[in-house]
Design a protein around this ligand. Structure first.
Ligand code: SF4
Length: 204
């Protein structure tokens, strides 16, 4: 069994559905099948969700999207939308790492993304490239410190040291984006979480 098949089986064993798709177009198609039009949808920051074209579709007017990334939002409205996302019917996001024994490992700045992954929305759709698969939790944290967090710090144009060095410096910056770490070992409720696993390298 190769790493991808091993990971899919491990996720399923942990009550996390996993659908393997060939490419970004198929990932978008699958996500749209899962989320009925008219649904309320919360959003966790994810380059992958944007890359497969899902963010644009969710913003297209057929869903009630609680979009905290809409341009020009005041912080009060931004926080309101993050909170709305916690009780949306669907929550759409990515993941920082998936271990080959079926665990999801993430770090978050404010915490709404990892909170909603764990509890709140009835359904959670995680979109991930196969590049996020790692051997174990130790490698997952390594991936976060050497790839995911520094790349995201750079993406947001932050002054955090990793944006320059490309590796975590365990900073105490006021804009530190690594504050809440989660390991989802298993879902209690079968069918709540679906991982759309794309045979591609996506996001960070
Ligand atoms: S803790 Fe600071 S330096 Fe380390 S990855 Fe996070 S933001 Fe960057």
């Amino acid at each position: 069994m190769d790493d991808i098949q091993k990971t899919i089986k491990a996720l399923e064993d942990n009550n996390i559905e996993c659908v393997l798709v060939e490419n970004k177009q198929a990932a978008l198609q699958k996500a749209l099948e899962l989320i009925p039009e008219g649904s309320t949808v919360g959003l966790g920051g994810s380059v992958t969700v944007d890359q497969i074209g899902l963010l644009a579709r969710l913003r297209g007017g057929k869903y009630e999207l609680y979009d905290q990334y809409a341009p020009g939002l005041e912080m009060e409205e931004n926080m309101k939308r993050r909170k709305q996302g916690l009780t949306a019917q669907f929550f759409v996001t990515g993941t920082n790492a998936i271990t080959s024994d079926g665990q999801l490992v993430n770090v978050d700045g404010i915490g709404n993304r990892v909170a909603a992954q764990a509890f709140g929305p009835n359904r959670v759709i995680i979109v991930s490239g196969t590049n996020k698969i790692v051997k174990d939790v130790h490698e997952a944290f390594d991936r976060i410190e050497k790839i995911a967090a520094p790349m995201n710090a750079k993406r947001w144009g932050s002054q955090n040291p990793c944006a320059d060095t490309g590796v975590c410096m365990d900073c105490d910056s006021p804009t530190r984006i690594c504050n809440i770490y989660t390991i989802i070992r298993r879902m209690m409720i079968p069918g709540r979480m679906t991982v759309i696993l794309v045979k591609d390298s996506l996001g960070f």
